[in-house]
Design a protein around this ligand. Structure first.
Ligand SMILES: [Zn+2]
Length: 64
């Protein structure tokens, strides 16, 4: 059976556009490429620039 190619959303897409309980197919749990993508999301280190729904301004949200 051919390997299912799993492409998870980018951190920005994941945090801003995906639903809280949205499901993603992770394919084979032993797939190192999938593991890396999960870790990249879990340990995302960077900044995301987006719109604040409270004060209606653009802000940069950082992980540090
Ligand atoms: Zn705000």
């Amino acid at each position: 059976m051919p390997k299912e190619e799993v492409i998870l959303p980018s951190p920005e897409e994941f945090f801003l556009s995906k639903g809280l309980y949205e499901k993603f197919s992770l394919g084979d749990e032993d797939d190192i490429d999938v593991s890396k993508q999960i870790l990249d999301l879990e340990f995302f280190h960077g900044a995301i620039r987006t719109y604040c729904t409270d004060c209606k301004t653009e802000s940069t949200f950082r992980t540090d």
